[in-house]
Design a protein. Structure first.
Length: 230
């Protein structure tokens, strides 16, 4: 089990101003699968994603991530766990002064210089898989919005993370690019036994999920597997 969540609750603010964002969430997520998390704006999707991704501290409940309990985890533990994760956000967050290839290599910095040298061919390979082989040395200002997002996806995947958390990763992509990116995420899950959790409303890619979990007002309300396509 990559992720095991029990009775997870989370809120923002203090006292009478406190707003509850998550209510008694129970969820198990398995390695080797692409799980899609759906729900309206404000349903708690991003809050859940940031808690599982060690970007926020767990307040109440149990979250076991790759066997590590996150409740009461100290900062050093959260940093160590984040090094095993890949993150893809709707905002690409590329460095304007670095080329596409250099931006992808930033994904290896947390693993040290030896890892960066070892994985040097992987940078170009991933960008090639995402249709950017001719733009390795382009700056972000020379790329379209969809191309920037594909660079961000490559940066998240280059270090072979154990888990990938993706928040609306295909929002800026056209249909073909979106399908290409999600097929890559799904192949990564299956071939490397990686866990992929993706928040999306994108109807173009939902059917590619192994599992679809839906949230409403901070609660899980549906958990299903799409019917196998012929």
């Amino acid at each position: 089990m990559s992720i095991a969540v029990r009775a997870l609750q989370h809120g923002f603010g203090e006292g009478e101003a406190r707003k509850q964002a998550l209510f008694d969430v129970d969820l198990d997520i398995h390695a080797g699968e692409l799980t899609v998390l759906m729900g309206a704006s404000g349903s708690g999707k991003t809050t859940l994603l940031t808690l599982l991704g060690c970007l926020r501290s767990v307040q109440q409940g149990q979250v076991a991530l790759l066997g590590q309990e996150l409740l009461h985890a100290d900062d050093a533990t959260l940093v160590r766990m984040r090094r095993r994760l890949g993150f893809i956000f709707q905002a690409h967050n590329l460095h304007d002064s670095l080329t596409a290839l250099q931006n992808v290599r930033l994904g290896l910095e947390v693993h040290g210089g030896d890892a960066a040298r070892q994985w040097q061919p992987a940078d170009e390979h991933l960008l090639g898989l995402l249709g950017l082989a001719e733009r390795l040395h382009y700056l972000p200002s020379q790329l379209s919005g969809g191309q920037k997002q594909r660079v961000a996806i490559a940066r998240a995947l280059v270090g072979n993370p154990d888990l990938v958390f993706a928040d609306e990763p295909t929002a800026a992509l056209d249909r073909d690019s979106a399908l290409q990116a999600v097929h890559l995420l799904k192949a990564l899950a299956r071939e490397r036994d990686t866990t992929v959790l993706m928040v999306t409303h994108d109807s173009k890619v939902i059917d590619l999920a192994d599992r679809i979990v839906t949230m409403e007002q901070g609660r899980l309300v549906d958990d299903r597997r799409p019917a196998a396509r012929l």
